[in-house]
Design a protein around this ligand. Structure first.
Ligand code: ATP
Length: 404
């Protein structure tokens, strides 16, 4: 989807209009305090633009996974409070267990142009939200007099929920926000129209989680690098000893198929040439652990990170790339002794002039905590959504927005 062909906030005339904006304020909380406000700051360009242009901005989002309807610990109140510190506009939080009930209606009715109302957690409506219930979608649209809807929650765009997709049926105008535009442009260009050589790096625990991503990326990239727990199923498929490493025996044939597919297409598929091994998995995960680096894994040992030669090999491949996409850690990076491979890859991305895109989730967390965030071209705000994008899927939250 290189070259986004959707209506954007820049195409809307919003002065005096009520605009419902689906943001992703699903921020991490500890004891009621936000521990990372990246998702809120990522939504600011769209919010500020609408405020400056005189819209009445009504924000909605989910937060966490409340199981039994409204629960205080999942309230969006802390996110609204943080937003109020970040914008100059007036922000009102509409505390309302039904999200769109009397309190929300009152708050919206009292808004002036250029002001913001934050609605309560959309998941307080349970299955009505997550099963894309028509009634809830209609109520959300009614709240803004069916005027306009802006989708800016990339992290939720792979879910067809009432607040991400259903609501668009009942509003006159729809558009994507700046965050969506940025995510789609980076990921879309990388997958559909990359500057080559295009190197994709996949890690993380299980092959099964990323089957379709592996399959799609072999078609699209020039070099596919595999690390993390998923590498051992590939190594076993090649007939190698992997000891007691993580493996998915049901996916051996699939891995063989992928190795053949890459060879036939003339694509490089890089697998570990050495491994950081230990007697057992660290327990707790950050426990002290004795490791060694070996080119072959003994039968009674397990692989927990890529080895030093592999880290060098992967860094070399990154050096010659013009576009790099990375998803998933190279080892059990939660343990400092087993984080070396992940750090080496993060460093190689930080040092290259290539376009570097981090596909959310653990790899994004690793890059941020290592202080490399500003060295990357783009860090996706959506783990699941970016993976589905890399699979080549059409995301429902993008699909429902009007074409230009
Ligand atoms: P997310 O799903 O949050 O987007 P991700 O896609 O970056 O994350 P996951 O597939 O969830 O990655 O896998 C991350 C997990 O994989 C980490 O917790 C890490 O400890 C684990 N992991 C990495 N290498 C190994 C290994 N060799 N053996 C066992 N587990 C591993």
């Amino acid at each position: 989807m290189a070259g986004l062909n959707k209506v954007t906030v820049d195409d809307l005339s919003v002065k005096g209009k009520k605009v419902l904006v689906r943001v992703d304020f699903n921020v991490p909380l500890k004891d009621g305090k936000i521990t990372n406000d990246n998702r809120i700051t990522a939504a600011l360009p769209t919010i500020n633009k609408l405020v400056e242009n005189g819209a009445k901005v009504v924000l909605c989002s989910h937060l966490g996974k409340p199981k039994n309807g409204p629960e205080d610990k999942f309230s969006l109140a802390p996110a609204a409070e943080r937003l109020a510190e970040l914008v100059s506009a007036k922000v009102v939080f509409a505390k309302d267990d039904t999200v769109v009930g009397e309190n929300a209606k009152k708050a919206v009715a009292e808004m002036k142009d250029g002001e913001i109302v934050v609605l309560e957690n959309t998941r307080f409506r349970g299955a009505e939200e997550t099963k894309n219930g028509e009634e809830f979608a209609k109520e959300l649209a009614d709240l803004v007099d069916n005027q306009a809807f802006v989708m800016d929650a990339f992290g939720s765009a792979h879910r067809a929920h009432a607040s991400t997709a259903g609501v668009t049926k009942f509003v006159k105008e729809t558009a994507v926000g700046y965050l969506m535009q940025k995510e789609i442009n980076f990921l879309g260009n990388a997958v559909e129209d990359p500057v080559r050589p295009f190197v994709a790096i996949l890690g993380g625990a299980k092959v099964a989680d990323k089957l379709n991503v592996i399959n799609n990326l072999i078609e699209k990239c020039d070099t596919l690098i595999i690390g993390g727990g998923m590498a051992y199923t590939f190594l076993k498929a090649q007939g190698k000893e992997i000891g007691t490493s993580l493996v998915d025996d049901t996916k051996l044939d699939y891995c063989k198929e992928m190795i053949e597919k890459a060879a036939k297409a003339g694509k490089k598929l890089l697998l570990p040439v050495d491994t950081t091994i230990a007697k057992s998995f660290p327990d707790p995960i950050d426990a002290e652990i004795e490791v060694e680096v070996a080119s072959e894994i003994p039968a009674d040992m397990m692989g927990l990170d890529i080895g030093t030669k592999t880290a060098e090999l992967y860094a070399q491949a990154v050096k010659s790339a013009k576009t790099v996409v990375w998803n998933g850690p190279m080892g059990v990076f939660e343990n400092p002794v087993l984080a070396k491979g992940t750090i080496a890859v993060a460093k190689s991305l930080a040092e290259t002039d290539a376009t570097t895109i981090i596909g959310g989730g653990d790899s994004a967390a690793a890059v941020i905590s290592l202080g490399f965030a500003d060295k990357m071209s783009h860090i996706s705000t959506g783990g699941g959504a970016s993976l589905e994008y890399l699979e080549g899927k059409v995301l429902p939250g993008i699909d429902v927005i009007a074409d230009k």
